[in-house]
Design a protein around this ligand. Sequence first.
Ligand SMILES: [Zn+2]
Length: 205
Amino acid sequence: VNHSLTVPAYSGRSVAVAAGTTIHIVDPQGQQVGDLFAFTYPEPREWLSTGHTRVFNGSLFPPVGSPFVTQLRRPMLTLVTDTSPGVHDMLFPPCSPEAYVQYGVEGHHPSCRENFERAIAAAGVTLPFVPDPVNLFQNTPPDADGVLSRHTAASSPGDHVVLRAEVDVLVVLTSCSFDLTDFNGEACTELVIEVETEPLAVFAP
Ligand SMILES: [Zn+2]
């Protein structure tokens, strides 16, 4: 590992890496969802599209060895390894201030969308929209009737996924802030981004 970047609980971080770089997304304490976003770097002309990735692979989530693609169907990140039970989500948008209001929270509650916006602003990028994320370790599979369940993340301490960058890519990861149920286990915890070669840039929050 050349560079290790901790994404503390209730926050987000961004890092840019060159094509060919291997990235580990680690859940050190287990049961923690991470919302992953990715953009071409330095110009965010293309982004990881969960919709196009589902159709490209013909699956709700890419099998190991398969790519996450952009809205132009170009492979952006390939899922190389997954030590977790392989339970992830690509159907949910990031949790948001509006969602927490609707859940009945009074006052401000941290959210993946705000943490994403902060983290990408730190990278000098402003966007007119927020793409739907890859919700790593999120345990919300649809049943046969299409009903979305909501269970505790199935990842164990130290579980990780390994991604290979297929283009120069800006990766944004948020440690999900949802703490109204045991969705993220007993408490929201940190995630770690490990980059195997020198990153192009690491952005301070
Ligand atoms: Zn969240």
